[in-house]
Ligand binder design. Sequence first.
Ligand code: GCW
Length: 738
Amino acid sequence: MRKSIFTFLILFSCILVKGEDGYKLWLGYQKLNEPVLLKQYNQAISGIVAKAQSATLKIAEDELRLALEIMLQKKIPGLNIPSNNAILLGTPESSNEIKKLLLSGDLKLGNEGFIIKNHKINNINTIIIAANKDIGVLYGVFAFIQLIQTHQPISNLSIISIPKIKNRVLNHWDNLNRSVERGYAGISIWNWHTLPGYIDQRYIDYARANASIGINGTVLTNVNANSQVLTPAYLIKVKALADVFRPYGIKVYLTAKFSAPIEIGGLKTADPLNNDVIRWWKNKCREIYSIIPDFGGFLVKANSEGQPGPQGYGKTHADGANMFADALQPFGGIVMWRAFVYDVRVQKEEEHFTEGSVGAHTQTIASNDRFKRAYNEFKPLDGQFKKNVLVQVKNGPIDFQPREPFSPLFGAMPKTPLMMEFQITQEYLGQSTTLAYLAPMFKECLDSDTYSNGKGSTVAKVIDGTLDEHTISGIAGVANIGNDRNWTGHLFGQANWYAFGRLAWNYDLPAEAIADEWIRRTFNNNNDFINPVKKIMLASREAVVNYMTPLGLNHIMATSHHYGPGPWVSNAGRADWNPVYYHKADSVGIGFNRTENGSNALAQYAPEVQQQWGNINACDYKYLLWFHHVPWNQKINTGRTLWDELCYRYNSGVDTVRWMQHTWNALDKQVDRERHQHVKMLLGIQEQEAIWWRNSCLLYFQTFSQMPFPPGFEKPDKDLSYYQSLKFPFAPGIGGNL
Ligand code: GCW
């Protein structure tokens, strides 16, 4: 007896102290506490009719039941025929009623779209969740669950939802030894050592989370690939993951190292036009598809940062990509060929580059500005890629900075489907100690007008294929997922994974609406909580821009690990790995002149865009130092001198973080202690890091401007040499090809 009381007490206290650790993401269904709403939902939902024959439909039915039983606190029976208030799930194949409904309208749902509708069948009220294919039903189920999680009415539903972009893919930069390049949430979730025998529950939960936001592909391995993953020993491990993901509508892709035929195939060359090489890749593809029949295809980083590629054999990116395209084509696979290129090979020419002074080959690709590289290499190849190639372009011309102008390649290659590459992991945005909600950053790029086909030719329309009538389209996000209990290191990193998926499905969704649904699904529906948290999220990215890289500064992070400020660094191996290359501060001013009398990178944009950014007096202050070298004492269009504005921005970044801290701290009663503490402690670190950024950058830039800090601003408590002495040799997230 005493023993059982004891056990009870232990269990009870465990329940009391156990908070939420974030593992459940936005799918931690909770009992609904609002009696009126509960009554409405209970009346409207009596059971589920689903003739689930496939694994996907079974998952859809189970998920719906799980969610409803927890949220509505009642049993949800399975029904054989529609009775009053039943939810009817399925496809034309699984249900005649659905067949009739889908045939009755010109719905164009495609393979992934769905419809959710209140529908009368013989005078009986039902809710129909239907799609042409099983996966659409699963997406529909998650959308319906979202309605309940976010307390929406369900009495007058007529939702039709179709993804705007076809391939919505996560890119894991995960190495075979489980380190994650630019990963800040522990080690890789793929435990290659125990695969294929051991299927971690995480693999299933990962697939479920991705399906819930419409992600339909995953590249398992780092772009700085290790070719071992293409060997039979690893392919059976890949197959095990593909088998887990398949019913969730997720295809598996791999990175293909260009030199694999040499490394694992025993050939002497990897020349893309060599017959042995061509044959080797064809056989490799045949082998992969015999193991994984729905394999998605390859992601390739070639001739970039030391990776091998076709240029090593005097061939072009198109030659390389097309070789893969031919090998994958019979099986329906695609090639995602990255445009993030700056080959070390042409470094010497670049460093001594003056227009017109180099040989014919380097003339086309070398440049006096890293900004221009991708465009210089790829634009001339427009029209040369095979039909199943997508060229994957980073959102900006340099490298995932807190703010970049859109890459000039968008809109410049109408004959080639361009795929967007965003970075969800926060390599340059404070990594996992920083709360930075990235939907506003993703949207800023997607909504940018390229003017390539007249006004309204947004980046989003370039990548969804509508502008240039492409039949394939894609968007990739470099994942921020690791084996940390909460998946992403920072709890709010989950919002970026979530936002990426939601925008990939529908880029028209406002960043605010996505934040709103994420907060409701992850925490609660209490407005006193939602409103302040939403404000924090929406201010967060701009705060980071302000205290790290305001006014268009970029790439001034410490080199290699990119953790913390390093604007003074000038000794890295390549000129364009140095922050001084990017900010160009001198006694006159600061910023990179990319106008006609500078590197003229602006000429890569349409005339309307050139006009928007080309005039130093009119250029939006957000992009100013991206395009202009501005004198310290010049009055800019915010009304302050450049130096004062810089001080003002750095300070306001710190102030915003402090405001975020206070706002969050006051919410301790509205959220469980575990998650509250987690975010609170990280915001404490973020405040320290923001101060560090502000102080060190302003002290450093002051050595050029020689101007005083405007009155009223907090003075740095350390001197510049202190900040310059800080070293972080073991900062996380480095390492490739492992
Ligand atoms: O952002 C840079 C990173 C590298 C990365 C590279 C790329 C995977 O610092 O770590 O390598 O870009 O995108 O290929």
